[in-house]
Design a protein around this ligand. Structure first.
Ligand code: GDP
Ligand code: MG
Length: 196
């Protein structure tokens, strides 16, 4: 079993501040409010490691957490309409720079809300990761908001829109803890691949 011992390390506002670590780095991305911080807290088994907000976040920082056997990078959320064009450009530059150093990225968890069709940004993210051959897993969040049958239907539709297999989507709820073990098993695989 993967043992997670989490603590916040640092934030980065630009490429010069990106964390360098010998540990494998796993990034978490998704639109703002999709549940990135809650997902990280679920993995960490801590309530307040990453800041959960009711208001879609305005922070344009990458937050790094040392999780024990790996580093987790919480990327700033996309698709938040109420930010200026200048801020959007800054955000895009930060993410471009981040993914440009792809040898530093062991894996990406791309979060989507299970209740909705993927947004144009979600689709673009999956296309971007595919194009750059960055390994990723889609994580559907907030499964507690749907019945099992609804969730199943939703997963099939999300998989089709993102052009991935439904088996590549992990269904989670940070509220109930659903999917947490599955994510940890995935992380174990990522770490062991990285150590080969
Ligand atoms: N019901 C439910 N709410 C969630 C879940 N994950 C996150 N939320 C809520 O969604 C909102 C945004 O969560 P947050 O983790 O801050 O999203 P982030 O902006 O992607 O980091 C908060 O109000 C959370 O309480 C979940 O699995 N189930
Ligand atoms: Mg957050």
């Amino acid at each position: 079993m993967l043992k997670i011992n989490a603590q916040f390390i640092t934030s980065a506002a630009s490429a010069s501040q990106f964390l360098k670590s010998p540990k494998p780095q796993i990034a978490v991305c998704g639109k703002s409010n999709v549940g990135k911080s809650s997902f990280i807290n679920m993995l960490a088994g801590q309530k307040k490691l990453a800041k959960v907000s009711k208001e879609p976040g305005r922070t344009r920082l990458i937050n790094y957490f040392d999780m024990g056997g790996f580093i987790l990078a919480d990327l700033p959320g996309y698709g938040y309409a109420r930010v200026s064009q200048a801020e959007k450009l800054k955000w895009a530059k930060l993410l471009d720079d981040f993914f440009a150093k792809k040898e530093a990225i062991a894996h990406v968890f791309s979060l989507v809300d299970i209740r909705h069709d993927p947004t144009a940004d979600d689709v673009q993210m999956a296309e971007f990761l595919n194009y750059h051959v960055i390994p990723f897993t889609v994580v559907a969040t907030k499964a507690d908001k749907l019945s099992r049958a609804q969730a199943q239907r939703s997963i099939i539709s999300i998989a089709a829109k993102l052009k991935i297999g439904a088996g590549n989507i992990i269904v989670t709820s940070s509220q109930s803890g659903q999917g947490c073990e599955e994510v940890k098993t995935k992380i174990e695989q990522i770490i062991s691949l990285n150590n080969q």
